[in-house]
Design a protein around this ligand. Structure first.
Ligand SMILES: *Cc1c(COP(=O)(O)O)cnc(C)c1O
Length: 464
């Protein structure tokens, strides 16, 4: 015990540490409060070690090193640029869709200047923030009316809450999905105050299952896109048209959570034909009264939740108090409007998500070849061009597989897991795939201007 106390007493106090020369320069970079906090964390760690490990002793040199690492890490933005070399286009953990240049311009302009966000310039009176996107969304989907809220989870919540609170909503057991993290239909349903009425089985739900479930408390039939989840084999679910007809015969609302939200038919953006993805327009044409979708999945815009459908229902949502709680920020609206304009113009390749999904395998191959050439010249490692399986993205639209190309790099001694860890720890972290003991750089998701950063990063790790 006395020995521990002795070792603890060798740790200098905060005032002394703040006077060290090597600490001084961080005071300007981070401010005194943050420097103290970082150093305190390091000190607690050292105390913890002394108490747990009889052989651990305070070393001024080691303390200084770990403080400098912690201080320099605190001096970088926490949320920052990473290189996505995974080939997963809509990567939920890496910020989903990249925003089109045109949209970024609009966002910057609206962020740094006053705007007519809620001002009607013609009338000189108060306007609606939703007005900036409503007509475009209606044009692109054929809807009577539309609304944008914070995200699709919010869109589903407000729609259920405003249209089905206190009544029953019929959903197939095959569609009661959880979508990445915390979005679960039963939970959202409960939160909205609507009662979930499950029908059918996990693999098969018949039209008559829905029909039998309808009673005088029912207000809605709901269809949900199963997103990253697939049941295969002996399966059945009624056609949208049949569900819509059934709903309307009983004066019920037919609502669909479309998940990803295709604004154009899948083939237009190069999705393989067998994916079964249909556009929002087709959902409405099949008779859906309300369709909700995400803005930052396959649509390729900023994070919003789109709601389109019949005017009488959308009007109710606009007046519902949750609309205020879930409203979109002006910067987001500017980006969403600009993205919708690109759709209206048919400029799909200006939208990064669509451009990467549509990318031609031959041009991906030649991109991989020239990257491999450069890497073989610069790295002391084994470099090969390889075919890859890329993906549109998890938890977004379905897990659609895309044929792609990449470069594999094999370290002489270290395994892929260790190399991936080193690549995550640098200034602009690189996230890549791995197979066996090689890392794999998928070229589909590399952006203009990232090649040099990537090559330098790999040099740092492989030639060290
Ligand atoms: C992704 C998804 C959601 C959640 O959308 P966010 O925009 O992330 O809130 C809801 N439903 C389905 C079917 C989805 O695929």
């Amino acid at each position: 015990m006395p020995d521990r106390r002795q070792r603890l007493s060798e740790i200098p106090g905060m005032d002394i540490i703040l006077g060290y020369e090597w600490v001084q320069r961080w005071l300007d970079v981070l401010g005194r409060m943050r420097v103290k906090r970082v150093i305190n964390n390091e000190l607690s760690e050292i105390r913890r070690r002394i108490l747990n490990d009889d052989d651990y002793e305070f070393s001024p040199e080691g303390f200084r090193e770990s403080c400098v690492i912690a201080l320099s890490s605190a001096s970088r933005s926490s949320l920052r640029h990473v290189i996505n070399a995974t080939g997963v286009v809509i990567h939920t953990n890496l910020g989903r869709s990249l925003i089109a240049d045109e949209a970024v311009k609009s966002m910057a302009e609206v962020a740094s200047s006053y705007s007519n966000l809620e001002y009607d310039l013609k009338e000189g009176s108060r306007g609606q923030r939703n007005s900036h996107i409503e007509d475009l969304l209606c044009t692109l989907t054929g809807a009577e009316a539309s609304l944008a809220v914070n995200n699709n989870a919010g869109a589903v919540l407000i729609a259920l809450s405003a249209l089905a609170k206190g009544s029953e909503v019929v959903v197939s057991r095959g569609e009661l999905v959880e979508i990445g993290g915390s979005f679960r239909i039963p939970d959202i349903m409960e939160l909205s105050g609507a009662a979930l009425h499950e029908v059918g089985t996990t693999n098969r739900t018949h039209l008559y299952d829905y029909e039998r479930a309808v009673n005088d408390k029912t207000s809605m039939l709901m269809k949900i896109h199963p997103s990253n989840f697939r049941i295969e084999g002996f399966t059945l679910s009624p056609e949208r048209k049949e569900l819509a007809k059934l709903a309307h015969e009983h004066e019920l609302i037919f609502m669909e959570d479309a998940g990803s939200g295709l604004l154009v038919d899948g083939d237009v953006i190069g999705l393989p034909a067998n994916t079964g993805e249909i556009s929002i327009r087709s959902c409405l044409e099949a008779g859906a009264d309300i369709v909700t979708f995400s803005g930052d999945k396959i649509l390729g815009g900023p994070q919003i939740g789109g709601i389109v459908g019949r005017k009488k229902y959308i009007d109710k949502l606009k007046k519902y108090p949750l609309a205020r709680a879930l409203r979109c920020d002006k910067v987001t609206l500017a980006g969403f409007e600009a993205t919708l304009r690109l759709y209206a113009q048919g400029l799909y390749d200006e939208i990064p998500t669509l451009r990467m999904i549509r990318a031609n395998p031959d041009s991906l191959k030649s991109q991989a070849e020239s990257l491999a050439d450069e890497l073989s010249r610069r790295l002391r490692a084994e470099v090969r061009v390889v075919e890859t399986e890329d993906a549109t993205g998890g938890g977004s639209c379905p897990e659609i597989k895309l044929r792609g190309w990449g470069v594999s790099v094999k370290h002489k001694t270290s395994g892929a897991g260790y190399i991936q860890k080193l690549l995550r720890g640098i200034d602009v972290p690189v996230l890549c795939g791995a197979r066996d003991d090689e890392i794999v750089i998928h070229v589909r998701t590399l952006q203009n201007g990232e090649t040099d950063i990537l090559i330098n990063a790999l040099e740092g790790v492989f030639n060290a």
